[in-house]
Design a binder for this molecule. Structure first.
Ligand SMILES: C[S@@+](CC[C@H](N)C(=O)[O-])C[C@H]1O[C@@H](n2cnc3c(N)ncnc32)[C@H](O)[C@@H]1O
Length: 342
């Protein structure tokens, strides 16, 4: 069943499970390594699973049409070609671990009518990184960044569709070198349309391979949840600087009381709603209110923010899981001020 709601009893039962599994916390001295070696745990994850763990995020373009440039002709071409394929992949994913693909949240108005704001940041940085004025994607008219791209499960569906948009360029980064290696070694990876790089978004001192204020869209899909809650706000602030005025930050991640949260055993909780898995990778479970506060605090305007509840059937294991995701779209205004960071 799609878009189901919790009954009061279900919500109370979920709350009780979370109270139980978070009653015992991982000792603070043990937690240190999960933060300092976070990229190593993820790197080992990709060395183990390669690109076989996550399913392709073929639902992305349906949920986030903002990742396509405003180009009506090309848009029509996409609708004719890839859309059907996206749709058939999408229906094949039903009932599988590719949970978020099942969302049928009605899309926002999309890129139609997206304001074409002037870009003061870009002018300020017209010399570009290294003062050469040239950087990967410098000739592009539409630029997207995917943060925490993993093995490319979003990258390749996007690149496939961007073939219809000659002016578009995709950046993608991950702090796990093995993930970036997997992306770069994929047969569909091309430096003419894409630049993958190793980057830790929590490290404020690290430069990006492009200037601030040049991105039309940033994709944060199941990545913020793996970052320490105390560092998330600074990450969102920094990413907001990279957007053009009018640019969109697109977010989808685990929601509070998702089945994945309820399944954690006692002794895996790091702090409220933040857990560590057996492989050392971590997961936070968001409420809609937290998502609202975090992105608005960074000076972005909320265009969408919803909780997506669904029942997911795992036929193999014969279990029904109550999945919860939060999805949001936040736009950088023309007169942007970084509220919390001044
Ligand atoms: C749950 S996976 C999601 C991967 C991909 N976004 C997807 O949806 O398939 C989280 C990803 O975020 C990356 N990640 C976590 N913290 C990061 C950080 N501080 N900087 C860059 N990448 C990070 C991890 O290496 C991992 O690839």
């Amino acid at each position: 069943m799609d878009h189901m709601q919790w009954s009061e009893e279900e919500e109370a039962a979920a709350r009780k499970k979370v109270e139980e599994n978070s009653a015992t916390r991982v000792a603070p001295e043990e937690q240190v390594k999960f933060e300092s070696d976070a990229n190593k745990y993820w790197d080992t994850f990709y060395q183990t699973h390669k690109n076989k763990f996550f399913k392709n995020r073929n639902w992305l373009l349906r949920e986030f049409p903002e990742i396509l440039p405003v180009d009506q002709n090309a848009k029509e071409k996409v609708e004719e070609s890839s859309w059907d394929q996206i749709r058939s992949n999408f229906s094949r994913m039903q009932g599988t671990e590719a949970h978020c693909g099942e969302s049928c949240v009605s899309s926002a108005p999309g890129n139609k009518g997206r304001p074409n704001f002037p870009n003061p940041d870009l002018e300020e940085h017209s010399e570009g990184p290294g003062k050469t004025g040239r950087f990967p994607g410098s000739n592009a008219t539409f630029r997207i960044l995917e943060v925490g791209c993993g093995a490319g499960n979003s990258v390749f569906p996007i690149l496939n569709t961007l073939q219809n948009f000659p002016g578009a360029f995709l950046y993608c980064c991950d702090f796990a070198p093995e993930a970036v290696r997997l992306v770069k070694s994929h047969a569909s990876y091309t430096e003419a349309r894409c630049s993958a790089f190793v980057h830790d978004v929590c490290d404020d001192g690290l430069a990006y391979p492009f200037p601030d204020g040049v991105l039309d869209a940033i994709l944060l899909v199941f990545v913020l949840s793996s970052i320490h809650p105390g560092r998330m706000q600074a990450v969102v602030h920094r990413l907001s600087r990279l957007l053009k005025p009018g640019g969109m930050l697109l977010f989808r991640d685990h929601g509070r009381y998702d089945n994945a949260q309820l399944r954690f055993k006692k002794g895996r909780c790091l702090s409220e709603n933040f857990y560590v898995r057996g492989d050392g990778t971590r997961a936070y479970f968001f409420t809609k209110g937290e998502v609202h506060r975090m992105f608005c605090e960074a000076g972005l305007h909320e265009k969408q923010n919803l909780v997506d509840h669904r029942l997911q059937v795992n036929r193999k294991k014969q279990v029904v899981m109550h999945r919860v995701w939060v999805q949001g779209k936040f736009q950088k205004p023309l007169h942007w001020t970084q509220r919390g960071n001044e």
